[in-house]
Design a protein. Sequence first.
Length: 166
Amino acid sequence: MIATGFRRSGIGLWLLAVVTACAARPSVEADLKALEAFSTQWRTAYQSGDFDAMADLYEPDAWLMTRDQPARKGRDAILEYFAASRQSGATATIVFEREERTINGDHAFQIARWWLESPRALGEPVRDSGRSLVIFRRGNDGKWRLWRDIDNNTPDVTFPIPEELK
């Protein structure tokens, strides 16, 4: 009787833990919505040069790996990189088109096409485009943040920006 009661209590506690864990985890739909909102938040902060807002979008141990540049390791190094591009007063517009997104527990993987345009005082604007692979990590606070970000140029992502994305 004691063993049976203990077994029932043990199963009951285990079920309670499972139900509580499942209830605490956001739904896939909520995760997708948060990740979609993240893209808008990042683009808005980047385009306006709001580095305080950008800081909360990166994990402390994030990596940024851009083409022809050394890897930037850590939130501070990443923000210094973006801030340096703004010191000259440069502005930029960036457009993303998500091609694929997969969520696996506390990590989300996203592949996107991107176009970056930065006007210059004289001459044609600087234009760059390519494809990126971004890995998001869900923090202890439940918020998705960039953890790994790598981009490259690809021959199938070129200017002009498709009209439907503008």
